[in-house]
Design a protein around this ligand. Structure first.
Ligand SMILES: Cc1ncc(COP(=O)(O)O)c(C=O)c1O
Length: 359
């Protein structure tokens, strides 16, 4: 039996989206392709209200490519990486792996790096790049990106602020200019409810200007090449054309639902899950920083999460155990993409029944 995915990605993908990929291929240097790809870029700009100094792009990669792009194309002198979980740590480690110096501000999992801590480090003048993860999927924690973005814009305008929005973009409200972020990126298998294989990014002119000063940007990681081809509504290398067909369709559906309603639906799903979690358990993130797309619940009752998932599987559902060291100590419910309040309620009812929790 198929298990509907309530994990923090990949999330459930409808047959309609899977079938949208099943079209005959076109050459990626053809006029038809430029029409398809240019249309996608225009739809992304419309949905995310992108101003003139930003550009959207779509890379054939998972989201992690953008950790490398930041490491290779953006960091010139030294990066400051905010770390509060597994993915933000990976971001920092990849920047270092690209051969660039990087200092980490690391807080306990479940907490977030606060603007004051960032300001204290940026004040040294040592850094030209700041990295952060908006929605730490390993801990269900939402970082105060907008507050940090305001600080960077006001006091450190030469610093490029690059943010992983992999599991929040398109569910939570993530307009790059509103958040004060210079590079914001995500993967299609999360809130866009598509198969994995594409990453979507918004990049501003300030970030591209920086890249011009950075040598050895690599090939696939050269942000200037990506945007050189973007001008022609093309990609530097052969893209996943089939998945772009599905993205085109997905963006039509998102524009039809509207950004405001998508965000509200995600807020409603998060609110429902948090209320349920607080009734029976506790939320893992520090209060006020709970994710809108992934709820991470502290397993205060010491229930067996692995067994729960085996029983949920018989009902065609799958949630996530805690990430890494948090396995069995926490569990995570992903509520993103095409999920609705009614669907999440059904899943919570199933957990109530399996674990004999009072309604
Ligand atoms: C917050 C976050 N960042 C980065 C990644 C890595 O994304 P990808 O697997 O698309 O490379 C994930 C994947 O789960 C994630 O949740």
């Amino acid at each position: 039996m198929h298990k509907k995915l309530l994990i923090p990605g990949p999330t459930e993908v409808s047959l309609e989206m899977l079938q949208a990929q099943a079209r005959l291929l076109i050459g990626h240097r053809s006029k038809e392709f430029s029409e398809l790809y240019g249309g996608i870029t225009a739809k992304l700009a419309k949905l995310f209200e992108i101003p003139a100094d930003y550009q959207p792009t779509t890379t054939t990669s998972s989201g992690t490519l953008w950790f490398d792009i930041v490491g290779r194309s953006i960091v010139k002198k030294k990066a400051l990486c905010c770390i509060n979980g597994a993915f933000s740590k990976r971001f920092g480690e990849i920047v270092r792996g690209c051969g660039k110096p990087a200092d980490f501000i690391e807080v306990e999992w479940g907490n977030v790096v606060k603007p004051e801590a960032v300001a204290e480090k940026l004040e040294t003048g040592e850094y030209d790049t700041l990295t952060m993860c908006h929605n730490e999927s390993s801990t269900g924690t939402r970082s105060p990106v907008t507050e940090v973005g305001e600080l960077v814009k006001k006091d450190y305008p030469d610093v490029i602020f690059a943010v992983d929005s992999v599991s929040s973009m398109g569910g939570d409200r993530t307009l790059p200019h509103e958040m004060g972020v210079d590079i914001l990126f995500a993967s299609t298998q999360k809130c866009f409810a598509l198969p994995p294989g594409l990453a979507i990014a918004f990049v501003n002119n300030k970030a591209l200007e920086r890249a011009r000063e950075v040598p050895s940007r690599g090939g696939y990681t050269d942000i200037l090449e990506i945007f050189k081809f973007e001008m022609k509504h093309q990609t530097p290398f052969t893209p996943n054309i089939s998945l772009l067909y599905a993205l085109d369709k997905r963006l039509d559906l998102m524009l039809e639902e509207t950004y405001a309603r998508i965000y509200q639906r995600h807020l409603d799903m998060a609110e429902l899950t948090r209320k349920w979690a607080r009734k029976h358990f506790e939320m893992f993130p520090e209060p006020g920083y709970e994710s809108v797309t992934v709820s991470c619940v502290t397993n205060t009752q010491g229930k067996n999460v692995k067994e729960l998932n085996q029983k949920l599987a018989e009902r065609g559902l799958e949630i996530s155990n805690g990430y890494g060291k948090l396995a069995e100590k926490t569990f995570r419910i992903g509520h993103m993409g095409e999920w609705t309040v009614a669907g999440i309620q059904q899943a919570l009812d199933a957990i109530d029944e399996i674990w004999n929790l009072s309604r």
